[in-house]
Ligand binder design. Structure first.
Ligand code: FES
Length: 110
């Protein structure tokens, strides 16, 4: 089963393939900031440290939301409520402290 590791705590868990990072976090006992769990609020962005290639491809809704948040869409940042893993993956949760969805949504939407 895929192994999902969280930084900086280094807590990890093994999950069924296609498990979302958000659910894996709950299983591992780590706090991932999130809100809607449905690709709307943008609160659940995490940085992918390793295993980016094992994650499900981004859907257009995830790409659009990352753009609104002014976050990269190169795959190194994913929404934990959307990305599913099929192999070992390491996720940095400190990244969540680097942006505030409320700030981004106050701006113009282009
Ligand atoms: S929890 Fe709202 S976008 Fe992921």
């Amino acid at each position: 089963m895929p192994r999902l590791t969280f930084l900086p705590s280094q807590k990890f868990t093994e999950v069924e393939p296609q498990t979302k990072i958000l659910l894996g976090g709950r299983k591992a006992g780590v706090d991932i900031r999130f809100g809607c769990a449905a690709c709307r609020c943008g609160m659940c962005g995490v940085r992918i440290v390793a295993g980016q290639e094992t994650l499900s491809p981004m859907k257009s809704t995830e790409v659009e939301l990352l753009r609104r948040l002014k976050l990269t869409t190169d795959g190194s940042v994913r929404l934990a409520c959307q990305a599913r893993l099929d192999g070992d993956c390491t996720v940095d949760l400190d990244f969540q402290d680097t942006y505030n969805p409320d700030d981004s949504f106050d701006d113009d939407e282009d």
